[in-house]
Design a protein around this ligand. Structure first.
Ligand code: PLP
Length: 386
């Protein structure tokens, strides 16, 4: 019998993305395919625009791309970088590194402001760096999924308001689970994916484009782009169309997901993410797994817990999967072995957090870790929820 058919331990997807998909959304993705340029699809695309803009905190158009998060990170750069232009990359984790790599791959000259993993970039350091060159863009990760640190985008946006430099932001694992105010904070392009707080299958990505960014995107064509050309997408977005065949099923899923999010209420969704991430973090600390990084900037959508030696993150991940059919994450970077990561985004409740902590306690004990007292993780989580 394969694990996923176990009735004792049903499969639990507890990664920081992809996340598990509520039944209503799965059923929406199973609906018959619509004409991708027909009136029904235009209605769906129009409603998605209206429903998704509050998640970005923008009045700007939100473009749809059939790609994963990395593809739309690439799109954000490919559409604004002319050959030889400079980029300032804020790097404090794996996804910041990836954004910088994409910029380099596209031929940009990339300067880096590097901060310790688990912490966020210092605004004064960024301000000083901005005086040294004419950057086309600053690239930042809103919610660094590798470390669980949340960047102060408002502070960075304020530095760029009176400059030509654009602020491009990867909020693949933040949007929908935590506050984002693109217009107010002065962010020019925000990119995100479907498989995290949006509770949908992977494969669909969005990018919102400010007026300031649009002027750069639409300038004379020195950027190499075709499928990810935002000019093509911008030309049809107001007609509720996409430039190329849209992923109909995924869009039906996102449409349903956005309805679910607004039924709960966006402030309530953010509060739930905050409450449950705090509870899970407290529970991990109770079990003897200290929170990784700077707690003052801790994420609402992912909990990153340090693993004390001689235990390794990989052993815990394997034990949770082998014994409890529960998929959590370790690290695929320099934190490998040192942390575990559990998603607290999308369709999660207190019950998920308590179950995580119960299985985690069992796994830690089985691996020889000295759990302080039976149930101490769950007790700490309950205390945090009070
Ligand atoms: N950025 C962040 C912050 C992420 O968490 C991820 C995925 O985990 C990505 C980018 C890359 O997205 P994808 O794997 O969908 O390409």
């Amino acid at each position: 019998m394969t694990k996923s058919t176990s009735t004792v331990y049903p499969y639990r997807l507890r990664l920081p993305g992809p996340t598990s998909i509520p039944e209503r959304i799965r059923l929406a993705t199973a609906r018959p395919i619509l004409n991708h340029r027909g009136p029904e699809m235009r209605t769906i695309l129009g409603e998605i625009q209206d429903l998704i803009k509050p998640l970005f905190g923008t009045q700007a158009p939100v473009l749809t791309f059939s790609t994963s998060g990395t593809g739309v990170m690439e799109a954000s750069l490919a559409n604004v970088l002319a050959p030889g232009e400079k980029v300032l990359a804020l790097v404090h984790g794996q996804f910041g590194e990836r954004y910088a790599q994409i910029a380099r791959a596209l031929g940009a000259e990339v300067d880096v402001v590097e901060s310790e993993w688990g912490y966020v970039p210092n605004t004064e350091v960024i301000a000083a760096k901005l005086e040294t060159a004419a950057y086309r863009a600053v690239i930042a990760v809103h919610n660094e999924s590798a470390t669980g640190a949340v960047t102060d985008l408002a502070a960075i946006g304020a530095l760029l308001r009176d400059r030509d430099t654009l602020l491009l932001v990867d909020s693949v694992s933040g949007l929908g689970g935590m506050e984002l105010q693109q217009d107010e904070w002065g962010v020019d392009i925000v990119v995100t994916g479907s498989q995290k707080a949006l509770m949908c299958p992977p494969g669909l990505a969005f990018a919102s484009v400010s007026e300031k960014a649009r002027k750069v995107i639409e300038r004379d064509d020195r950027c190499a782009r075709f499928y990810l050309d935002m000019r093509k997408a911008l030309a049809v977005v107001d007609k509720n169309e996409t430039a190329f065949t849209c992923p109909v099923s995924l869009l039906l899923g996102v449409h349903e997901a956005l309805k679910i999010i607004h039924e709960e209420g966006l402030p309530q969704v953010f509060a739930r993410h905050r409450r449950l991430s705090n509870a899970l973090r407290a529970g991990c600390v109770g079990l003897g797994l200290p929170a990784f990084g700077d707690l003052t900037v801790a994420s609402s959508t992912v909990v990153v817990a340090s693993v004390p030696a001689p235990l390794t993150g990989g052993e815990i991940v394997k034990h949770m999967y082998d014994n409890y059919n529960t998929a959590i994450a370790g690290a695929r970077n320099k934190l490998s072995g040192k942390v575990i990561r559990i998603g607290t985004m999308g369709d999660i409740s207190e019950a998920d957090v308590m179950t995580d902590l119960y299985y985690l306690e069992q796994s830690l004990s089985a691996l020889g870790h000295n759990v302080p007292t039976p149930g101490c993780g769950i007790a700490a989580a309950i205390e945090a929820l009070r």
